[in-house]
Design a protein around this ligand. Structure first.
Ligand code: PHE
Length: 505
């Protein structure tokens, strides 16, 4: 289709954009905590193995198929055969659902950059409690449960709108601008991370925290939990199963490299996680020292890390707290920004443009506006409860199941060897025959293990997150709706599907 072909202007733009999509909140607030919880250095072994055995080949699959069919996920699967198109819509829904709340988390960060970083919450345990009260009570105004929605918090709606405008401005001209912007975004984010790191390791008590980060407990490798945690983190952190990497691969010219780019992206992303762990755990050490408590008392997980532990540290620093607070939240916002336009553009807009023949500007406006409107749900007082439920649905179930499905269809129907041949035509290093077996067997079985062990086996027994049954059941409702809509979209003929059989870019 004329006009739809778009290209990165330089190979390095592709790498930066892909790294930017991969590095996000997950690297800073999910990885360090998982490492600590699942046996420190032992977790790193499972995680590295997951990275090499599943992460890199899966990323090669998405990049490679995107480049082969010059299309986003639905176009790729329609290219394999019309009856497989639904498999490609599945990750588009993951992207859509994730974007709606991911950008809300960015809005909270903006609130702290502009209004919160200079607030002083006090010192000691009282200070930490005040920080938590501020976040849950004043920023979120959190309601007791998903049944009590309440009104939106309007200041957050404002920051949400602002963030969406920035995302729109970066995405509406497509890959050339996304690629160029991503270089600066990543360099700034890394520079900020280095500042946070240096501040962290020079804090009093830092070493005590770091001792917990990597303390090895190799016994955990014998249980299933660590493998589950490592594999699901690899999928999430590389932004796989979300359609966007197919689109990013489709912007690569026929002669561009795939294998090397996938490897660089994976290692840059995971290196950043490892590095971020030092910043996080040195901060934890400082808090343990300042409050005179053990590591268990310091909120290190997810929201707690970013919005409670870090602000506590900021408020307990004798000097420069406001500055480091602002840098920290700005870093978070920037890290998440390159993931947000990746989802909105590569994950949602490209599939819609290709399917319906809409223009880039029109599609971008629709995607940003709809995601913004849906996002208002999470700015209500009950919003965080819904955020958690939708997160479980999209960033766990849909993402992993879409990985299982695409590995099976690409591996067995299209042919893993054909994909490998295509990748090897242009890559800097040749991928060996092991790749076929990974795509055909190891990847789908590994992901299925994660979904069953860490998902169905728990959520079918008791409602997710301790929520009332009706609210937790939304997970299953959303999964069924996703499946139904994917088939409906497949039945719709569409205007311009690119990637039909035999079309080569
Ligand atoms: N990979 C990103 C991270 O680690 C998360 C992300 C998830 C980005 C989904 C895009 C889509 O934070």
């Amino acid at each position: 289709m004329k006009g739809l072909r778009e290209r990165w202007l330089r190979p390095r733009h592709f790498i930066f954009a892909a790294i930017g999509s991969a590095i996000g909140l997950g690297n800073v607030w999910r990885f360090p905590y998982l490492t600590y919880e699942y046996g420190g250095a032992a977790f790193l072994i499972a995680w590295m193995l997951g990275l090499i055995v599943l992460g890199v080949p899966w990323l090669m699959l998405e990049f490679g198929m995107g480049r082969r069919f010059q299309s986003g996920a639905p176009g790729v699967f329609a290219g394999i055969g019309r009856r497989w198109e639904w498999v490609g819509w599945w990750p588009v829904f993951a992207s859509f659902l994730i974007t709606t709340y991911y950008v809300v988390i960015m809005a909270w960060c903006l609130h702290y950059v502009i209004g919160g970083a200079t607030l002083a919450w006090g010192v000691g345990e009282a200070g930490a409690k005040a920080t938590g009260d501020y976040f849950f009570g004043e920023v979120l105004r959190l309601s007791p449960g998903p049944g009590v929605l309440g009104a939106p918090v309007w200041s957050i709606v404002g920051f949400l709108a602002l963030t969406w405008i920035v995302v729109y401005l970066i995405m509406y001209r497509g890959a050339p601008v996304i690629g160029r912007v991503s270089q600066y975004v990543m360099l700034i984010a890394w520079a900020f991370l280095i500042i946070i790191f240096v501040r962290g390791i020079t804090l009093v008590g830092a070493v005590d925290g770091l001792n917990f980060y990597l303390a090895p407990d190799f016994g955990v490798l014998l249980g299933g939990g660590v493998w589950f945690a490592a594999l699901s983190q690899i999928a999430f952190t590389l932004s796989l199963g979300m359609a966007g990497m197919f689109a990013y691969g489709s912007f690569v010219a026929r002669r561009g490299d795939i294998a090397n780019s996938a490897t660089i992206t994976s290692f840059a992303n995971c290196g950043t996680s490892f590095f971020a762990g030092f910043a996080v755990f040195s901060t934890a050490g400082f808090l343990m020292h300042a409050m005179g408590v053990g590591i268990e008392e310091v909120a290190l997980k997810g929201l707690g890390l970013a919005f409670v532990a870090y602000p506590s540290m900021v408020s307990m620093l004798p000097v420069g707290g406001g500055f480091f607070g602002a840098i920290f939240f700005l870093m978070f916002w920037i890290l998440a920004l390159s993931s947000a336009y990746f989802l909105a553009y590569g994950g949602i807009a490209i599939p819609l443009m290709h399917k319906f023949g809409w223009s880039r500007v029109k599609t971008s406006i629709i995607v940003c506006a709809v995601c913004f409107l849906v996002g208002i749900l999470y700015t209500t007082e009950g919003g965080l409860h819904w955020l958690k439920i939708v997160d479980r649905t999209a960033a766990f179930y849909i993402l992993l199941l879409s990985g299982v499905l695409s590995a099976i269809v690409v591996g067995w129907v299209y042919g893993a060897d054909k994909l490998r041949g295509h990748i090897n035509e242009t890559s800097d290093f040749k991928v060996g025959g092991w790749f076929d077996w990974i795509i055909k067997i190891v990847l789908p079985v590994g992901l299925l293990f994660v979904v069953i062990y860490g998902g169905f086996a728990k959520d079918l027994v008791e409602p997710y997150g301790g929520y009332p049954l009706w609210a937790a059941s939304m997970i299953w409702v959303l999964l069924i709706v996703t499946l139904g809509l994917s088939f409906l979209l497949q039945r719709h003929k569409g205007a311009t599907i690119v990637g039909g059989k035999g079309r080569r870019g």
